[in-house]
Design a binder for this molecule. Sequence first.
Ligand SMILES: O=C(O)c1cc(C(=O)O)c2c(n1)C(=O)C(=O)c1cc(C(=O)O)[nH]c1-2
Length: 541
Amino acid sequence: AEHYAPVTDARLKAAASDNGWLMYRRDYTSSGYAPFTQIDTANVAHLKQVWDYKTGFDQGHEAPPVVNGDFMFITTPKDELLAFQASTGKLLWKYQHDLSHVGLRTVCCDVVNRGVALYGDDVYMATLDNYVVALDGRTGKIAWKHQLAPADKGTAMTLAPLVVKGKVIVGLSGGEYGARGFIEALDAKTGKPVWKQYTIPAPNEPGGDTWPKGAYKTGGGGAWLTGTYDADTDTLLWGVGNPGPWLATLRPGDNLYTDSVIAMNPATGKIKWHYQYTPNDTWDYDGTNETVLTDIDYQGKQHKALVTASRNGWFYAIDRTDGKLIYAKKFATATSVSGFKDGKPETDPNLRPTIDKEVFTCPSFLGGKNWWPISVDPQTHLAYVPTMHTCMTIKGATVAYKAGLPFLGETFKVVADPAHKGQWGSVQAIDVNTGDQVWSYPSALPWNSGMLSTAGGLVFSGSADGHLVAFDARTGKVLWKSPEMTSGVIGVPSTWVVDGKQYVGVYAGWGGATPIWGGDMAKDPAVMNIPVGGHLYVFSL
Ligand SMILES: O=C(O)c1cc(C(=O)O)c2c(n1)C(=O)C(=O)c1cc(C(=O)O)[nH]c1-2
């Protein structure tokens, strides 16, 4: 293999001019966009498989290939880290994190891992038993590992870390177990903790008064997806998950910072501002979905914005300098969050379940979109959004907190969205200047894969029936479908260039929350028949 070029701050900041895919969403803006033009709308139909690798695991395969030079790094659901020669698929080394001491039970939504971060010579992975592990990228030799929280108290880590200025930053899963979430930064060289920011304030801290007495300790607020770094304002942006327990009558108040994006100082973790997508959430909508930085022109005014397609079914544009709402538009049927007043979301009091009352509301807790990241293309100025069309019935239930056990207080069932019968999913393009839909590609099966856009005028994403699909970025026309892969796709495609040749890679490996919690959707024979099994595929011209 060729020599390993260290990943510097300069390279991470200037991802646009790099041939690799150096982090989870390729660049600090979380665009999921690559500037490569070799594969384009005219030749994409000639893509051929160049190599593949079967992982041997049947859980959901969610990680994107992360590529530095001719080195590719990808994780498996059980915290194995694989290094390949990116151009040929030659396995260079393999590291298996020891999960033997952890029950895999306190993971809400399948045993998963979303991949790695790179810095210097090292590769970083977060694990289900709350370690961050650093390995030498060339050899797989362990540099350090550090455990952030015990493994048996309802917490886990499933996200890809983010490296900002020499710190490896990760967040906790555990919103369904009443774990108090946090985001923590470790020194990339030594693994020493630098700062830790709880997502749920203590009573004496700002926002502490949005919780009833004592509730913050079991308030949830996982931070289970990778954040975004705004290099212009030196701000770290991170989405925070749902409050615990799900049943909101047990915790009156806004319950900050659940279901919010928080803006932090990356040197200290100190919170600068926040925006809450769903106040006093009682539908498990989380606020963890990606935060993508993009400059927009809304009604004739320029804004430095962040955009997100929230689980609650609304597409938000927020001023990324101060956290003020610019606009919010529905991208899926959305009734629980019913409108906005002075920039703050309002929820429908009639659609709040109680211990005596079952309600029907949309979207389901799985969201108008779940964790599968959107991509924002600076050329088309469109956001490509993997969308789910479901509603739910939901009712309160009794619950008591016990560390390591689910803390929900609700029963629920995912059902079809009456406005999208026979269509569990779609891929849609949304104009980030307006929040309006430009094209939509309907899918009978749920669409649970992340999006990749490229300067070749293409959008790639994987289908549940096992194809990598290339869309025309402007029109949504399908220009190419890979031959059928051995499983459905929930992975995140990525692309890179080695020796002048562009590659596209994606995991097939059906799983994640949909087959476990999907109710009527999971019981649809077409969904039940999706084969499982992890399989990495790489294509080029
Ligand atoms: O609150 C949490 O801590 C938490 C963690 C995770 C996770 O770590 O995967 C998911 C969720 N919540 C969740 O609500 C959810 O719908 C979900 C889907 C998936 C998946 O991998 O498909 N993970 C998670």
